[in-house]
Ligand binder design. Structure first.
Ligand code: FPP
Length: 254
């Protein structure tokens, strides 16, 4: 049975109506606050990341239920390499741990797994797990689950500039042919619609080098819970808030 936006209930248990047209197609999430969640409980940071993985599972299920077309999650940034080695090692094992348990469910739900980020520097076991998920879901036609892994927006833009410059140097592209579509086509997210909604839990109000080009017209939603406490109701509230926003894309309504 598919989810009906005609009858959703907000967390205050008020009936609300959301038109399917005002549901975001692409939601991007900065899964922040794992460390603080753990510290609050006197637990090691890795326990926070583990709880973050459980929150990710819940969120994928909810996003799929709500008919979201693309869900991009910031799993590891290019800056996260500066963390202690033990924490980096733990984070690099999470994709394989997650996919070992959850890949069958993703396949059953027709979810297509993709990755945005640099493969260079990722441990072999991480790439192997992600590649297996990508290849086993390659023909799926449901929600796209995009892992932003070893991802940094500035590095991504530098990569695009280099590739475009190489095409110009090789004579296959003229400088005056460079346009926004060509730049977008050289980003890791080539082919995906831009995110309509960015959600960042944990109370931090910044973008942290995430999808700087792609978020140009996204609605931003900052949520006051740590990521491990993020639940279906928070996703629903963010989508409800999004549906109330007046998106003008720089133009005016006549
Ligand atoms: C930021 O919180 C979170 C991360 C760097 C890792 C995100 C990873 C997960 C949510 C686990 C699920 C991932 C996969 C791939 C299955 P933080 O550590 O910066 O938190 P803090 O700001 O409270 O210290």
């Amino acid at each position: 049975m598919s989810f009906s936006w005609k009858k959703v209930f907000s967390k205050k248990n008020k009936q609300t109506e959301i038109s399917p047209d005002s549901v975001p197609k692409h939601i991007a999430i900065i899964m922040d606050g794992n460390g603080r969640w753990a510290a609050q409980r006197g637990l090691p940071r890795t326990a926070g990341h583990h709880a973050g993985m459980v929150a990710l599972r819940r969120t994928i299920r909810a996003a799929d239920e709500f008919g979201i077309k693309v869900l991009t999650v910031y799993a590891f940034s290019t800056e996260n390499w500066k963390r202690p080695v033990a924490e980096v090692d733990f984070l690099m094992r999470l994709p394989s741990e997650f996919l070992r348990t959850d890949l069958p469910e993703l396949i059953a739900k027709n979810v297509k797994v993709i990755m945005s980020g640099s493969r260079t520097g990722l441990p072999r076991h991480t790439i192997k797990a992600v590649d297996e998920a990508i290849s086993k879901t390659a023909n799926n036609t449901g929600m796209i689950l995009n892992f932003a892994l070893n991802y940094g927006s500035r590095a991504e833009i530098v990569k695009a500039v280099r590739e475009i410059s190489q095409a110009v140097a090789a004579g296959s592209l003229q400088v005056n042919e460079i346009n926004e579509k060509i730049v977008a086509d050289h980003l890791y997210t080539a082919g995906l619609p831009d995110p309509d909604l960015l959600i960042r839990p944990s109370g931090e109000i910044r973008l942290s080098n995430f999808l700087l080009w792609q978020l140009a017209y996204a609605e931003l939603c900052f949520v006051e819970v740590y990521w491990p406490d993020f639940k279906r109701e928070h996703l629903l509230a963010a989508i409800e808030a999004f549906s109330q926003r007046d998106r003008r894309f720089g133009t005016i309504k006549l």
